[in-house]
Design a protein around this ligand. Sequence first.
Ligand SMILES: *Cc1c(COP(=O)(O)O)cnc(C)c1O
Length: 441
Amino acid sequence: MASNVVAHAGALIQQRVNGAAMQRGAAAAAAAAKSFQRCASASSSSSSAAAAAASSLPAEKVTEDESMHSLPRRLLMSTGPSNTHPRALAAMSTVQVGHMHEAFYPLLDDIKLRLQQVLHTSSPYTMAISGGGHSAMEAMVANMMEDGDKMVVCVNGIWGERIVEIGKRLGVEVLTARAPLGRSFSLDQIESVVSLHKPKALFMCHGESSTGVYQNLDGVKDVCAKHGALLMVDTVCTLGGVEFRPDESGVDVMYSGAQKCLSSVPGASPFFMSEKAMEALMSRKSLPRTYNYDLKELGNYWNWFGEGTRRYHHTPPIGSFYALREALDITVGEGMENVWERHREMTRMLWDGLDSLGLEPYVEREEDRLVTVNTIKIPEGIDWKRVCAHAMETRNLEIGGGLGPTVGKVWRIGIMGYNARPENVAMTLEAFKASLDAGRL
Ligand SMILES: *Cc1c(COP(=O)(O)O)cnc(C)c1O
């Protein structure tokens, strides 16, 4: 451990040095891209072949105004993506190396180590799945379940529903437990459904972002241990915002996302497995119904098994990995306790302000309310869409509407990572105040 700390500190220093270079690199890259755009449009008017090619494109696509440099700067206070931390964004434009180059491997090791630190886990099985949260969802189900295996899915919003859908498509026998929207599951309910079905795995969503519900995991591990079930958890909108300790909570598989509380870019999703989950994976009788996300193959590439040689499986999103490494480093550097406390504090500030505007939480019980995704009841006589549009048009500020079953019922405000700062919360409250007036019917 001591040598890890030293290595970690060394890497930090190295990064600070690289960081400065990255900032310069990013500025240079942006300038170069801009001048390339200019050249491209100039030459297309001088050569008739190029002009013909250009004329077959939608006209607005070739003008500089429509280039990515004119994308609006927005404050993304919905539920993700949240604004990317500038250090994570800059890390992406450092330099390209090959994913099978020796020089790249320490970066993979770094992601593993930092994820272990974020998760307070001693499990060596951490990695980033290539792709967004949904890729990690499919990776989990396809690798942990075989045809006809029983999986109990706790459904109290869209994410449980999607795991049900993924399970069915993969030939899993899916059983559901349901809680009313806006409510979490009680331990009694979990005990009764697990003891009834004795599934191979139980799925729970730590933070249901469609409804803003937090799921307490206390005691669930004992239920799972008693009935021999693996515990699989979604932490896409909670990791890096809400306390989560898989070893203590007895979680066997966890997937998360990069673009929510970790303030990285989408495309590389944190993934974790316990020793018990690994044993289940190794004792499968059939091959997983996914090639792209075959965890034995990915585990080799991430050097989970100490095999020495890493085999080419697929080309991962190298840039997203740079950003994720940086984002994890920032999170660990702040200290996990501090990170969680900052999120709690900003959420208190948000609700103090919403309360004074006369707005109410959608989630009835305080203990069920998620810190990172706040669902706000839409009052009578207010056009919710107009409120969102007004905030966007006048302030470039994103207020989220509902998702799935909560569309038209709530607004959703994310308190996530880099965005979870007093000035952003103040700006959001100010936008709400002005936009509520604009949205009055
Ligand atoms: C956002 C989210 C996902 C899906 O993540 P994508 O990166 O959009 O695929 C899954 N689960 C929860 C709880 C989420 O909030």
